[in-house]
Design a protein around this ligand. Structure first.
Ligand code: ADP
Length: 262
């Protein structure tokens, strides 16, 4: 029995997953603040608590994500692109395309049958079409981001949201609201707009089934539905979707630990 850890320090949240023989035995999720070193430590400790295990029991730790170089413990750092590919293929072995929408960026990864990265594309530097875009618009409408998926599913006449820039979208949302548009219809329009942007990015590496949606934004069921409609394919989403990068890191750790004879 080998216990390994994956720590994914993203732009907005820290995720940690502990895996034993391919099975998730503990996890944690916490916001990332200014002290990334401390946040990484905290995420790891919380996952250990969740699993009722001690640090000394973990054979191998892999760090990933935007803040991976700030992780002071662990044996290896791997890009989140490889980790999302590995994690998504583990949960959905038929995965050939991963769409990861996180707090500040969007990535599309084409994966092989063995879960290896074949090609990838990323959004440009701005936050358009990412979690941040939805966080700002949710706030402008007076919702918590966790509410906007279910609310958008009640839309009757989705509005067209044309602004792609986060700042302009926020004022467009406010102006739709002041013209009497319903919040569910505005939210459905926002999701449709992100789905279109995501499809364009997916087309850069080739749209092939099965598509697996990962990252925090995949927790938004309105977004999942908009994406499946726009892409014209079913979209795999796991209850662990926000943890898939950390899961992939922990699974890569299992392989390394096995290789090292741990
Ligand atoms: P990162 O790795 O860049 O920190 P995550 O993959 O953790 O980002 O995703 C963070 C984003 O996920 C947030 O900006 C938010 O928009 C979205 N999100 C987080 N939790 C939920 C939720 N319960 N429902 C819908 N969206 C969510």
């Amino acid at each position: 029995m080998t216990l390994t850890g994956g720590v994914d320090i993203g732009s907005t949240t820290a995720k940690c997953v502990l895996v034993e023989d391919g099975r998730v035995v503990g996890k944690s999720l916490a916001p990332v603040g200014v002290d990334i070193v401390r946040d990484a430590d905290h995420a790891f400790d919380e996952a250990l608590l969740d699993a009722h295990r001690g640090r000394e029991e973990v054979a191998f730790i892999v760090g990933t994500g935007y803040g991976r170089f700030k992780i002071r413990f662990g044996q290896l750092v791997v890009t989140e692109i490889s980790c999302h590919a590995r994690g998504a293929s583990h949960l959905f072995p038929g995965t050939r395309l991963v769409l990861d929408i996180g707090g500040q960026d969007t990535k599309v990864i084409r994966v092989s049958e063995r879960g290896e990265v074949e090609d990838f594309a990323m959004n440009d530097k701005c936050a358009a079409g990412t979690g941040r875009f939805l966080d700002v618009c949710a706030n402008a409408l007076g919702f918590d981001v966790a509410e906007i998926g279910p609310v958008s599913l009640t839309a009757r006449r989705p509005v067209k949201v044309t602004s792609t820039c986060t700042v302009f979208a926020e004022s467009e949302v406010t102006s739709h609201l002041s013209r009497g548009k319903e919040p569910p219809d505005i939210l459905a329009g926002l999701h449709a707009s992100i789905a279109s942007r995501s499809l364009s990015l997916m087309q850069r590496v080739g749209v092939v089934p099965e598509v697996t949606f990962t990252g925090g934004v995949s927790r938004n069921e309105g977004m999942v539905r908009a994406l499946a409609q726009r892409v014209g394919l079913p979209v795999n989403v796991s209850p662990l979707s926000q943890f898939i990068g950390a899961l992939g890191a922990a699974l890569l750790g299992q392989e390394r630990a096995a290789g090292a004879g741990a």
